[in-house]
Write a protein that binds this ligand. Structure first.
Ligand code: SF4
Ligand code: SF4
Length: 438
């Protein structure tokens, strides 16, 4: 059967009563929910949202109020970690959004923008590269400065907010590394594939370079397969499951038969989705087994490195570091100790745990653009906790969180550096290298 003819199982794209019934309404998740903590409104808590999903599952229409409360959820899955009944809230909210997507006609302009971003831009390396060049030109020509000082952004609503939070484009983009193989330093111990992401290839190209270097330092031959594509996480979070499945099939075809010891990502949000391809495609005869194999190889780069005897040839890093758990690493993938273990392996580094490190910072994909007020309120509180540690470096494990924390430093910080965990390791290795050259 050709890929395009595969059935799409859209009928499963709504919360199943069986899963909703797991919630016993105990309320033990409420204190872990950022929107409930901020607003104190039951309908903006996990329990309240499940209650509303139950009403819709019972045949009630999807109302604007239902849309509002489901949209305001960050899908951070903090409630999942707190729930003693094993409610898989992340799946429920994705399914609720898929149902909304299928049943509710959004305004024409919204559909146009969503179609362009989700359907065209994110899956296309060519368009992403082109957009990256335009962004670079916009920054370098002075146009960005002009727009930011003109006051026009205030009139543009969420588009203006998006411009303020947009990361600069980095050149060359990581797309230039597609199709390349980077040899292991020393004896090859592992053959791994690295997924560069979609927007991250433009805005976090240097982070991707650093990831490749750290893997090379640890005996990995790193392959960047050129047929890879966007993981589909943003599509899934927006309820656009058909496109997410299409992207999942493309990634599986690009990677699963490569003979890799592991398939790696440095983006927690992507990793969480990539590790769930088996569930996304479980009813597709041609892909179910391949998806399970893909998932068995899939690892976050922190998780992979923490499982190795790390190359200890690092320079001393006399810095105090605090760590913001990325929701999709801590709650989505249950990976909490790996980044902390990596910090402990860096000589000289002092690790300072912040209070409530696993409460969402308000980034959540494009949440900080579409729900800017809530995202900024959450960021204010996050920065109080960051600042209380006195650390000069804030680390996280997801590009979206890094962007949000950079905004946090700009508005409420003390000049802290914001780095991915991998960038700390990369600096430590590079510092050792430069010392041995001198
Ligand atoms: S996913 Fe996050 S924001 Fe949504 S209900 Fe759960 S804890 Fe609250
Ligand atoms: S989601 Fe879990 S913790 Fe929250 S009210 Fe339901 S059963 Fe209790």
């Amino acid at each position: 059967m050709a890929t395009s003819e595969l059935p799409l199982y859209r009928d499963l794209d709504k919360p199943l009563q069986r899963d909703l019934d797991r919630c016993v309404h105990c309320g033990l998740c409420l204190n872990s929910c950022p929107t409930y903590r901020e607003l104190g409104i039951e309908m903006d808590s996990p329990r309240g949202r499940i209650y509303q999903m139950n009403i819709v599952a019972g045949g009630a229409p999807i109302t604007p109020s239902y849309l509002e409360h489901i949209d305001l959820c960050l899908a951070c899955r903090g409630c999942e970690t707190a729930c003693p009944s094993g409610v898989q809230y992340g799946k429920l909210v994705e399914a609720a959004r898929a149902e909304i997507e299928n049943k509710v006609q959004r305004p024409f302009f919204t559909r146009l923008i969503r179609g362009a971003i989700f359907g065209k831009l994110l899956p296309s390396p060519g368009l992403l590269k082109f957009a990256g060049r335009l962004l670079h030109l916009y920054e370098k020509s002075g146009m960005a400065k002009l727009v930011r000082t003109s006051g026009i952004l205030k009139l543009m609503g969420s588009l203006g907010e998006a411009e303020k939070l947009a990361p600069p484009a980095e050149f060359p983009s990581f797309f230039e590394s597609y199709g390349k193989v980077f040899p292991a330093e020393g004896a090859r111990k592992f053959k791994v594939a690295f997924l560069g992401g979609c927007i991250a290839n433009i805005s976090f190209a240097r982070l991707n370079d650093a990831t490749v270097r750290v893997l090379q330092k640890n005996g990995c031959e790193v392959h960047i397969p050129k047929e890879q594509t966007c993981c589909g996480a943003l599509h899934l979070h927006a309820g656009i499951r058909t496109d997410a499945r299409r992207l999942a099939r493309r990634n599986i075809d690009a990677l699963v038969d490569g003979g890799y010891d592991a398939i790696l990502t440095n983006a927690a949000g992507c990793g969480s989705t990539l590790k769930e391809y088996d569930e996304l495609l479980h009813e597709e005869t041609a892909y179910a087994a391949r998806a399970r194999k893909f998932v068995s190889l899939m690892k976050d780069v922190n998780e992979f490195l923490a499982g190795l005897d790390l190359n200890p040839h690092m320079g001393e890093m006399k810095i105090a570091v605090t760590y913001q758990d990325s929701c999709h690493l801590a709650h989505g993938q249950k990976v909490r100790s790996a980044p902390r273990k990596l910090f402990r392996s860096v000589p000289g580094l002092e690790f300072r745990e912040m209070p409530l490190s696993d409460l969402c910072c308000g980034s959540a994909g494009i949440y900080n653009v579409v729900h800017n007020d809530m995202a900024m309120a959450l960021l204010d509180k996050k920065m109080e906790n960051v600042n209380s540690t006195g650390a000069e470096v804030i680390c996280s494990a997801n590009p979206g969180c890094l962007l949000q924390l950079r905004a946090g430093v700009k508005f409420h910080g003390n000049g802290q550096r914001v780095m991915h965990v991998i960038e700390v390791l990369d600096e430590a290795y590079r510092s050792a290298d430069s010392k041995s050259l001198n």
